[in-house]
Design a protein around this ligand. Structure first.
Ligand SMILES: *Cc1c(COP(=O)(O)O)cnc(C)c1O
Length: 408
């Protein structure tokens, strides 16, 4: 039996909790979908809006260094994902950055036309591949095979393999170095989607010799709703990888206003248009906070919280038929735990009403994000105890909890 109080007393990350503004009485187990609000963020955003924009006006592009915000913040993200300075920019959405990475990978593998991914991947990843297929009039081929067949499906036509490092539903985590190596041995490039990995698990893109990666700013990085995402392109590819979204902010000399396009020499070529400055300000607060914490300590606490969660769930699982999905070995999962139950949707709603915020993923998955910077072992024990009450009382079985909202 795990003792939450003893673990919390020895928790080296406990002090981070007070750096977040969370409503009283809420146990927030959805930080893998929308991270919590750092207390520093409202002040930082207000300063950008009131001072830099309101008073500095257009001069702030230079005076407040707005113009280099995507690179500055990209360099900070690089430190979290095992990349070097000059390999990451913070910009656009993850979806758009997936498109850019796919197109750039195709430009580096001109004799190859297939983009490969896995079925059951986060939908936008597959949709973006299909979009490129349509745009090319079918010259580019988008293909998805089952997760265990991906490596075998790579052939001499495969230009790039797009994989999510930590699966958004099951939490299954791929071995980045081994997978990258296997893909590259067959002549294809790797595109890693790090949406559920960045800020959650230690990452080493360059140690794995990764080619491209993208990731999300509003999940474990706590950048705020719709925060800019990021794109990583390994230095060795930057000069040859051609941006399909060849916007003026990726031009070698944007303020020369020339008619002809010339891609910027470095990672800047993967910028498209004017950066979202207010969004970047929120993202930077989340990243600065994340950079204060040691990712190895975050991972250790995540595994400890997850172990407690599983221990407490084991009793409920038997009584009420919850089935944990994903690998049994917790070190082969990211930082969320997921359970299948036929009434998952209603149960998640009943929990929310009682202050425990998790989420539901179609058709029957309850997903609980484990965010070590603002969750304690006591929170986890209490959340599972509340789930036990909801099940025992049958409180979940209420018509109101079965009506699906627009965002689940
Ligand atoms: C959350 C998530 C995204 C999000 O894409 P957006 O463009 O930010 O909506 C993409 N891929 C994966 C794997 C995700 O988990």
């Amino acid at each position: 039996m795990i003792h939450p109080a003893a673990l919390d007393a020895a928790d080296p990350l406990a002090h981070f909790r007070e750096r977040f503004a969370l409503p009283e009485g809420t146990i927030y187990l959805d930080g893998n979908s929308l991270g919590a609000l750092p207390k520093a963020t409202p002040t930082a955003i207000a300063a950008v809006v009131e001072r830099e924009w309101g008073e500095g006006l257009i001069g702030s592009w230079n005076d407040a260094d707005w113009v280099r915000a995507p690179q500055r913040i990209g360099d900070k993200i690089a430190g979290l994902i095992g990349a070097d300075e000059g390999e990451v920019v913070a910009c656009d959405s993850t979806s758009v950055n997936i498109f850019k990475a796919l197109a750039a990978a195709l430009s580096l593998r001109s004799g190859r036309a297939t983009l490969l991914s896995e079925t059951g991947n986060f939908p936008t990843d597959l949709y973006m591949m299909h979009g490129l297929e349509r745009l090319s009039g079918g010259a580019t081929k988008a293909r998805a095979v089952s997760p265990e067949d991906v490596l075998d499906a790579i052939d001499s036509d495969t230009a790039a393999v797009l994989l999510t490092h930590v699966h958004y539903k099951s939490g299954a985590m791929r071995d980045m170095a081994a997978t990258t190596n296997a893909i590259q041995e067959k002549g294809a490039l790797t595109i890693w989607d790090l949406s559920h990995s960045t800020g959650a698990v230690p990452l080493d893109l360059n140690g794995a010799n990764a080619d491209f990666a993208v990731g999300c700013g509003y999940k474990f990085l706590n950048g705020g709703p719709g925060a800019p995402a990021f794109i990583f392109v390994a230095k060795r590819h930057q000069a040859a990888a051609l941006p399909a979204l060849s916007g003026w902010f990726g031009h070698a000399a944007p303020f020369a206003f020339r008619d002809d396009y010339e891609a910027a020499p470095g990672i800047e070529r993967f910028l498209a248009g004017t950066p979202s400055i207010v969004g970047l300000a929120g993202l930077e607060c989340g990243i600065d906070l994340m950079r204060e914490a040691d990712i190895v300590a975050i991972r250790a606490k995540s595994l400890s919280l997850a172990a407690l969660f599983e221990e407490r769930m084991a009793q409920l699982a038997k009584a009420y038929g919850f089935e944990r999905i994903g690998p049994d070995d917790p070190t082969k999962r990211g930082s969320h735990v997921s359970y299948r139950h036929p009434e998952a949707y209603a149960i998640v709603q009943a929990l929310k009403v009682r202050g425990v915020v998790g989420d539901f993923r179609d058709p029957d998955v309850m997903r609980f994000g484990i965010t070590p910077l603002y969750l304690s072992h006591a929170d986890i024990a209490r959340a599972v105890a509340i789930l036990g009450e909801v099940m025992q009382s049958g409180a979940w079985d209420c018509a109101d909890y079965k009506v699906r909202a627009a965002v689940t």
